[in-house]
Design a protein around this ligand. Structure first.
Ligand code: GPK
Length: 832
């Protein structure tokens, strides 16, 4: 072998500074094709990413080979969204080579932090649901679980948000524009996926009635694999994302006349399937392309799962012992009908057996109770797009309702609620019911949410299958959200309790005893201050607003949604602004209100709230009479990368949804882990956060879920009365309605005021306003006492260990999947 080539082989694995440096310089020249003088920051990012990638490929293959050789049971996490963010820092930290890489770059005269900044943020998701999937990938790999992610390789991720005159404007997010060094295209891993056509009935070889799907349109799903590095770098799992390709008919077709140009156009249309992520969060648009995306990636994933299974097995009896398939919400729920089709139509398994296998293989996670988010595809669309699946769904439904009929004993309401078909109005397929029926386990994402699932959307199913619903409270990965994002605090923690917490976050409880240690408090504050300085600089860069580093950083970052009540927060800000102006001689606690979040492009009310926050910010930030004691900023384009800067810098975490409406929340966990105190309602996982951090270390306010339910049911709630009896609320609303914040268009906010009054204030903003203001006052009062505040902040960090996604994922593994850790086997290093 060429000596030079051989030396490169060794270099590829080297983890020391010199080896890294040499492979950076090689990669820059031989793969990126630049010399050091001409290289841009982006060239260096690609160089470093490719060199780092080299260092994980061996162990990636070891991991995959070990799973294969042991025929280990795998878990397949099917998700339409993976909100990954950047991968360079994550790969370096999990491989444990951050310092070496920094030094290697130093020697070339480069700064790692600058190189990191050149990586685009992979935003293949909308919000919490997509980010949860990404945290789960990290936890599965870190816990050595044989776990695969399956999803779509969207060419355009979640839109880029900009503000133009304070309004949200959406721009395409072209994350793949300059190539993606982390992915491996697999042009040979290709599965056909069909749409449309019709179903033909025929007699099979033994004379049984059978069906085939004919005259369908075909698309190919092509795989792209991304390695998922577990902490310590031993287990490296796979995220497999599918991209749509026109069939080979196109490549080999011969066309006459105008047919050639038409065929090319058709190819483009076909490949639109994986072009763009739908930007709606917790709302369902009912668009045909979305249904096709769901079926596309689910079908390809199932074909791939069966292919892998059949490498070791000749029938499907033990599929449930070898594969667990988790449905992340109902988006992949069509997979239940698809697995039935594959087993029955393609592999000749008899129906009842196929159904047992299917149910034992699938499980389903519900992420919301909001009725507008529950997927229900029009039967007419489903019949057209997926005719065989529609038949299968009818068949599943008929058998199920027949069985339930006896037990329903004439209760027709019950039967029609259990049905997979909603017969009211245009007939629709209820995907939640299909997911429930086709799964052996169904889970909610916080204790409260799971209870509410039993009482509301799935009450009838719960009565029918009382063992099926279970809770898996969400978690977050401590690697990305503390170890990587908050290096000052991570270093401080490690200096006191060692670094075991990174892998086992429960160890962080050892910090609790340091809450009374004045020196530790001082250092804790210093870490927070460092993070706040970084955020202040980011705010200045993004918005031009200068904020005081020592002000109370009051943070609400999440999708813009009425139920999350950014409106409640901005109304309180207006009330505080008024108080400050009325009482200029009082020494106010300086407050910086920080918002960030995207609104779905078609969600007009959410976009109007964005404009309101920007309008209020403009007035407040320029009013000299508040002496800089109040600043309001709305940061544009909230994404994972922005979150990594914001979370570590927060003092106060706003978790103020109308009780009963936020399934769990995960931002609440990131903020508390990073030492923010929560101001929140008893909603979602806030309930459990309170139990862990303690009542004294959290600001709880507002109606409970039960009270919300009762108040709405009573019909007696009158927001106008509430407003009339609260002068500061009335004044804030009057200012909005008279155009104080929108002199150019005084009626701009009429729809908001309307919703809060005649609209009945569905989200109970007015009902919770006064209690919320009191909780805010308590937070400001406490903030004056920096020692006491720091003590509580430390207790938050120390008591958040349970909210690690490692804990969550191990609960799934043992209680739902029956999947166990597998240690990758590394063949002895071969001599080179
Ligand atoms: C729930 F239904 C949905 C959805 O479409 N998108 C989404 O992000 C969120 N969610 C919930 O709103 C959060 O409360 C929850 O923590 C998160 O899913 C993860 O479970």
């Amino acid at each position: 072998m060429d000596a030079r080539y051989k030396s490169r082989e060794i270099e590829r694995r080297s983890l020391d500074v010199d080896g890294l440096k040499r492979s950076f310089l090689e990669w820059l020249v031989y793969s990126v094709g630049k010399d050091a003088r001409a290289a841009t920051r982006r060239d260096w990012f690609h160089t470093v990413a490719l060199a780092v990638r080299d260092r994980l490929v061996d162990r990636w293959m070891d991991t995959t080979r070990t799973y294969y050789q042991q025929d280990a049971k795998r878990v397949y996490y099917l998700s339409l969204e993976f909100l990954i963010g950047r991968l360079l820092t994550n790969s370096l930290a999990n491989l444990g080579i951050t310092d070496q890489c920094r030094q290697a770059l130093d020697r070339i005269g480069l700064n790692l932090d600058d190189v990191v900044e050149a990586e685009p943020d992979a935003a293949l998701g909308n919000g919490g649901l997509g980010r949860l999937a990404a945290c789960f990938l990290d936890s599965m790999a870190s816990e050595a679980l044989p776990g695969y992610g399956y999803g779509i390789r969207y060419e355009f991720g979640l839109f880029e948000q900009r503000f133009e005159h304070g309004w949200q404007v959406e721009y395409p997010e072209q994350w793949l524009q300059f190539g993606n060094p982390w992915e491996f295209p697999r042009p040979e891993v290709l599965y056909p996926v069909q749409f449309y056509g019709r179903v033909e009935e025929f007699r099979d070889s033994v004379g049984e009635r059978a069906y085939r799907w004919v005259d369908a349109e075909r698309v190919l799903a092509m795989a792209y694999d991304t390695p998922v590095v577990g902490y310590g770098g031993d287990t490296i799992n796979t995220l497999r994302l599918w991209s749509a390709r026109a069939t080979r008919d196109f490549n080999f077709g011969h066309f006459n006349d105008g047919a050639y140009m038409k065929a090319v156009e058709q190819k483009v249309l076909t490949e639109n399937l994986s072009r763009v992520l739908y930007p709606n969060d917790a709302t369902e648009g009912g668009k045909e392309l979305r249904l096709k995306q769901e079926y596309f990636f689910t079908s390809a994933s199932l074909q791939d799962i069966l292919r892998r299974y059949l490498q070791h097995h000749s029938n499907f009896d033990s599929l449930p012992d070898k594969a667990a398939i988790q449905l992340n919400d109902t988006h992949p729920a069509i997979g239940i009908a698809e697995l039935m089709r594959l087993l029955v139509d393609q592999h000749g398994v008899v129906w009842d057996k196929a159904w047992d296998i299917t149910r034992a293989t699938f499980s389903y996670t519900n992420h919301t109770l909001l009725p507008e988010a529950l997927e229900a595809w029009p039967v007419r669309m489903m019949e057209r797009v997926l005719p065989r699946h529609m038949q299968i769904i009818y068949e599943i439904n008929a058998k199920f309702l027949n069985r339930s009929k006896a037990r329903a004993a004439g209760d027709n309401g019950r039967l029609s609620r259990l049905s997979l078909i909603d017969e009211r109005g245009d007939r629709r397929v209820r995907m939640g019911n299909l997911a429930f029926l086709g799964s052996h386990k169904v889970n909610g994402v916080s204790a409260l949410h799971t209870e509410l699932m039993k009482q509301t959307v799935f009450a009838d199913f719960h009565a029918e299958f009382p063992e099926r619903i279970n809770n898996k409270t969400n978690g977050i990965t401590p690697r990305r959200w503390l170890h990587q994002a908050n290096q000052p605090l991570a270093a401080l923690i490690t200096s006191r309790i060692g670094n075991g917490w990174i892998k086992d976050l429960s160890q962080i409880s050892a910090l609790a005893e340091k809450a009374d240690d004045l020196v530790f408090r001082e250092e804790f504050r210093r870490a927070k201050r460092k993070n706040k300085k970084r955020l202040a600089a980011y705010i200045a860069r993004q918005t031009g607003v200068d904020v005081q580093v020592d002000s109370l950083f009051d943070v609400q970052v999440k999708r813009m949604h009425e139920y999350k009540r950014q409106l409640l927060n901005i109304l309180q800000a207006i009330a505080l602004y008024n108080e400050m102006r009325d009482n200029p001689t009082v020494s106010w606690v300086p407050v910086t209100k920080i918002f960030a979040g995207k609104a779905a492009p078609s969600y007009h009310m959410a976009k109007l709230i964005i404009k309101l926050i920007n309008d209020v910010a403009k007035v407040v930030n320029h009013d000299p009479s508040v002496h800089d004691n109040l600043k309001i900023v709305l940061l544009p384009n909230y994404n994972v990368t922005a979150a990594e800067i914001i979370m570590p810098a927060a003092d106060l975490s706003e978790q103020i949804s109308t009780a009963g409406m936020e399934a769990s929340g995960t931002g609440n966990m990131k903020l508390a882990l990073n030492g923010a105190l929560t101001i929140g309602t008893l909603d979602g996982a806030n309930v459990e956060i309170r139990e862990h951090v303690g009542d004294d270390n959290i600001f709880i306010f507002g109606l409970t879920a039960e009270e919300v339910n009762d108040l709405r049911a009573s019909g007696g709630f009158n927001p106008r009365e509430v407003i009339a009896s609260n002068p500061s609320l009335k004044r804030a609303l009057d200012m909005i309605s008279t155009g104080v914040f929108s002199p150019d268009d005084p009626h701009r906010y009429h729809p908001i005021l309307q919703a809060l009054t005649d609209g009945g204030d569905h989200f109970l903003v007015t009902a919770d306003f006064s209690d919320y203001c009191q909780a805010q006052q308590a937070a400001m009062d406490l903030y004056r006492d920096q020692e006491e505040w720091t003590r509580k902040a430390i207790l938050n960090t120390a008591n958040m260990g349970w909210f690690s996604s490692d804990r969550t994922i191990m609960e799934y593994a043992t209680e739902i999947w029956d999947v166990h850790p597998v240690k990758p086997e590394h063949p002895a290093e071969t001599e080179t």
